[in-house]
Each structure stands twice: as structure tokens, then as C-alpha cells.
Design a protein around this ligand. Sequence first.
Ligand code: PEP
Ligand code: MN
Length: 273
Amino acid sequence: MKNIKLASRETKQRTIIEIGDLKIGQDFLMIAGPCSVESEEQMLETALAVKKSGANMLRGGAFKPRTSPYAFQGLGLKGLKILEKTGKTVGLPVVTEVLDTRDVSWVCEYVDVLQIGARNMQNFSLLKEVGKTKKPVVLKRGMYSTLSEWLNCAEYILNEGNPHVILCERGIRTFETYTRNTLDLSAVPAIKELTHLPIIIDPTHGTGRVSLIPPMSLAAVVSGADGLVIEVHYNPETALSDKDQALLPSQFDTLASEIWDMRAYMEKKMTSA
Ligand code: PEP
Ligand code: MN
């Protein structure tokens, strides 16, 4: 692929990103938590539940890229403080989205991993800014982006000196309207052919439907994905963003045990192959 130099599979076999004991790219990454940080109580209750189910990273948005300027925009600094505190209390690393170049350096003080959202995938100033940090970055695929465009964005981050990029497929826009997006699982084996970077799947935004999250999560594991991002809320009806696609902790718990079983099966299959 043209101009993919640092991200290319030709330069190395595989990138492993270490956060504490967690080795992303080798261990299965299970990110869970609400779309947005709303309160201490919401975060703590959700975090305790997802950790019990085996999640190894906590998510929560403090800056939300909303379609409408009148929709909940996130708690900002207050949300970051809650996220950091909750992660420390339950013993999980935390990830949050950063929207603005001016926020990158100080947001780094509160989180273990930065997220670049789909709407900002090609925000080149933001990519360069996160590339100047040492923090792992979850780079979501833009909803109208080709694999080549996506990998070029990863290249921007790598080119600034930050090698810790995790790609995240979260669905692309097609003519289909039943689902919120069309989850492109073929991206997983394709990305594995093209790059050494880990790739995770977000079936929550990828489908936008609670009923479709379990089957697509399992399919993601079978496709060879290095992890999943799943939105979980302790009371989805009251969620301030993405309430129609959040799993209850009990639903996540059932799904997580199936995911761990499927992953164990796949690992066995891969080592015996
Ligand atoms: C999110 O993860 O909350 C989010 C906004 O995702 P995306 O950028 O994929 O829409
Ligand atoms: Mn969301």
C-alpha cells in the first residue's frame, strides 16, 4: 500500500503495547464502560460490574462529539477526574476520547489511553498532537474511510514518534439503515495483512442495536480481532448519550463469558495450526 511505511507489515510482524500487565496485541483487549461519564456513582457501579466480567480496560467519554450542539457534550475535566478515580479504585486502565489539539497534553495526565473518534480520524493536527505523546492511541476508522486512508492516519501518529497505535473498526456508512453503521469485519484480516498494528472491534457503534452486539462480538473474535469495545450502562434508559445501544451489566456479563470462551477456542486453534 502506497506511503504506508511505518505501519506496514513489511517493517515488523506485530506491535505489542504494554499497559501494566496487559499486553495489547497479544492478550485480548476488552474495553467496556459507558458512552459518557455522567457521575461517580454511574462510573463506579459500571466499572465494578465490567471488571467482574473480565473487562481489562474502562471507557468513558468526557468530551462527546455529538451530532447536535444541543445534545450532552460531556462533563469535560470533571468527567476526566471521575474516570481517573474510578479506574484507580477498581484497578482498570482508562481510555477516553480527545477532540481538540489544545486538550491533548493535559488529558494525558488523567488517562492511560487516548481515543481519536471516527469523526476526527482525518484531523491531521490532532493526529500529530497525539503522535507527540507516549500514550497508546485508539484510532477509530472514519465512517467514510477506506483502509488506506485509515492506515495513512495511523502513519501520521507513528511518524511523530508514537508507536502505540491501536486501530478500531466501528462501522462505516452504507445505504443500509436498519443498523446504525455497517460493521466491516473483513477489515480485521485485511488489516492484519497490511500492518503490524493491533485491531479491535466496536460492535456497539458498529451496529447501534443491542440485539446485534453479541453475535457481532463473537464474529469479531473469530475474525482474529485483538479486542472489543462495548458500551455498558447501569441504567441505559437514563443514559445521556447512546442509550439505545448500551448493554446492561448483566447482558455484558453473559456476553463476556461467551467472548472469553470463543477467544480460548481461537487461541487453541491458532497454536495447533
Ligand atoms: C465513542 O466511542 O463514544 C464514539 C463517539 O465513537 P465513534 O467515534 O466511533 O463514533
Ligand atoms: Mn457512544
